[in-house]
Design a binder for this molecule. Structure first.
Ligand SMILES: Cc1ncc(COP(=O)(O)O)c(C=O)c1O
Length: 303
């Protein structure tokens, strides 16, 4: 395997093996989590919903006053270039903007930082292991950390403020669960580390309205439901109602629609993935593998 096939990056204006892609310890992206990023999946040689990921990233840049020296079209070109250079056909492709390093020594003014952009690609990454996805995941609603308030950090600008999600993951894993969900300060369900959440309640597919990243897979799952004639609703879901749902599933670029078979001590659907979750998972996987939302990667070398 070539070095680039293990992972490739675009940094300082060129493509390098991922092991050579480094940032300074004084970059505010590192010292202050002052960064935004996005992740687009590459499935069978094509990006899935590339335009939507680029739109979200450009909106995140604007929200966070980040202005790295790159255009939307320039980013798309870079993503094509690193993917083609890696030769990877199933891959996790991340692009990142950080506040960067301070131009004025000692200054604490974020406006005088030199914002940076870089991108990297590695072989496909799943939000949960394949065997967990196949049997359906067991999820704990954290008793400890709550999801950070959207009044403090806007979750719609994809960010690295993962202290709450990581603390929740420790709690869930130590209690023998596969993953975690966090509630907000009002007792509504929000999201988990790298995914949005859905409940199927009386035949309606429901997902939280606020306090969450507006996931591209969440959007796709809602569109898939519409295409199948399954009603949907975007609204707050109190934890007590979530625990009584007929089905629960998560959505993420890293795995699509993934059924949940247990929430806290409640086993759903006799411990087997539910029928609505499975239908959505199947159609989502079909959309990702075929059809109009794919952008074929330019410039792969013929083998
Ligand atoms: C906190 C959070 N919520 C939700 C998601 C799912 O978003 P998407 O479907 O765009 O991958 C992610 C993805 O990384 C995330 O980090």
């Amino acid at each position: 395997m070539s070095d680039l096939a293990k992972g490739a990056a675009w940094i300082n204006g060129r493509v390098v093996p991922i092991a050579d892609a480094t940032i300074s310890v004084t970059d505010w992206g590192f010292t202050r989590s002052d960064a935004t990023y996005d992740v687009v999946g590459v499935w069978d040689g094509a990006f899935f919903r590339l335009d939507d990921h680029l739109d979200r990233f450009m909106a995140s840049l604007a929200k966070l006053h980040l202005n790295p020296d790159v255009t939307r079209d320039g980013i798309a070109d870079i993503l094509h270039r690193i993917t083609a250079a890696s030769g990877l056909r199933h891959a996790y492709c991340a692009f990142v903007a950080t506040r960067g390093m301070q131009r004025v020594p000692g200054s604490r003014d974020p406006r005088t930082c030199e914002n940076r952009f870089f991108a990297w690609i590695v072989p496909w990454v799943n939000v949960l292991a394949d065997d967990v996805v196949a049997r359906g995941a067991r999820m704990k609603i954290a008793e400890g950390p709550e999801r950070i308030s959207p009044n403090a950090v806007d979750p719609r600008a994809k960010n690295y403020h993962w202290g709450d999600l990581t603390a929740g993951l420790f709690e869930a894993l130590e209690d023998g669960f596969d993953t975690v969900a966090l509630k907000d300060g009002d007792g509504n369900i929000t999201e988990g580390p790298g995914f949005n959440l859905f409940a199927v309640i009386d035949g309606v597919v429901v997902t939280p309205a606020s306090g969450v990243l507006e996931g591209i897979t969440r959007r796709t799952a809602l569109e898939v439901a519409h295409s199948l004639g399954i009603p949907t609703e975007i609204r707050d879901i109190p934890v007590a109602e979530f625990l009584e749902a007929d089905e629960v599933f998560l959505s993420s670029t890293g795995g699509g629609v993934v059924p949940i078979v247990q929430v806290n001590s409640r086993i759903l659907g006799n411990g087997a993935p539910g029928p609505v979750s499975l239908r959505l998972r199947e159609t989502y996987s079909d959309w990702r593998a075929n059809g109009p939302l794919r952008t074929p990667v330019r410039g792969y070398r013929e083998n």
